[in-house]
Design a protein around this ligand. Sequence first.
Ligand code: PMP
Length: 423
Amino acid sequence: DALHSQDWAWRARAKAVLPNGMYGHLSTQMLPEAYPQFFSRAEGAMIWDVDGVGYIDYMCAFGPNLFGYGDREIDDAYIAQLRVGDVMTGPSPHLVRLAEAMVDQVSHAEWALFCKNGTDATTAAVMAARAATGRRVILRAHGSYHGTSPWCTPVPAGTTEAERGHQIWFDYNDVESLRAAATEAGNDLAAIIGTPVNQHAFLKQQLPTADYARAARAICDASGAMLITDEVRSGFRVVADGIWDDLGAPPDLSAWGKAIANGHCISVVLGGARARYGIESVFVTGSFWFASAPMAAGLVVMERIKEGGYLKTITETGNRLRTGLDEVAARHGVGFEQSGPVTMPLMTFTDDPDFRAGFFWCAEMLKEGVYLHPWHNMFLNTAMTDEHIEITLKAADKAFAALNAARLTLGPNERLLAAAANR
Ligand code: PMP
């Protein structure tokens, strides 16, 4: 692959020194073969791979990019704080300022505990719920991802049954299933993690019904359990508040990360009065949790969230993209499905259980400079313009035509089969 010779050279070197040649969610192992693994640059809505090829990036680093890569004002605040004091023996007042800003912005929040990754926040929230209630059992929706700690990693290798214990699964948006799980937990119910939006990889995305969210709240009220929402991925991309606050089901604890400092490293547990004792009981901390530079970036982000215009921007962009793609797909007679909020879309094909059509179509889009994901939800950011959408729709026109010409010749998706076999 002459176009990606640098990328293949880096992959060859990586094979020797990185687990599996690359690890974690940024590995391209489960993407079409043409997807580059290594990137050199990002700006606004674009990324450039190590061979210098640019793409409109609909993955947004899997969520952290909300206001465009390299946003000048946000990064200037980060750099200025880096110059005067980042990781120190004590926190700077930015810790208090950012906590105040988040408590001001998110309805259910009365306090904030900052950490680094989403997993830190979901894990601390679960610990706080168990500490607050003195109970063990956590209810989780099937397919919801909450991070990589032993209690929640989707791959059980390296964990013990005990670490994964005291959890009961229910079906998302299914009040009966949720009630049955709560009954099974009985008086050992510590918390329900009510995933704000169901963003299960490989499946159509589901928005929560108000009935489901309120049933979770009611069960927690009746039983003394804590309601937790995991906003790590969805936070501030659908509403400028907690998604379930908006549905009349404010949680006791919520976990946030990814976009809250537009790509700078910080996450947070937010909570209300019922959970304060719990969060004050657990011991959670980290060498880098009090770094001030990401907090300086977070303060600028919170000003933008409060101002609110960003949400209109990404929603309008998302609507144009969704409507436009539906029109182009219909013109080509392709069974194309879009699910999830328009600002966090998933694009799949009907009758495509092994994603062979999705892989082919995404690889065609990549050739046109549009970086999509065939089975994981994508993200929009405020740096995306009408021009980016136009380019994307033109690319889709070509890619749907190519798919129609090739569809009957497409074989089973070897890369997904191989990845599945490796698990
Ligand atoms: N919860 C959700 C909903 C997520 O999407 C993620 C990250 N994809 C996490 C938790 C874990 O976050 P992190 O990877 O930052 O630990």
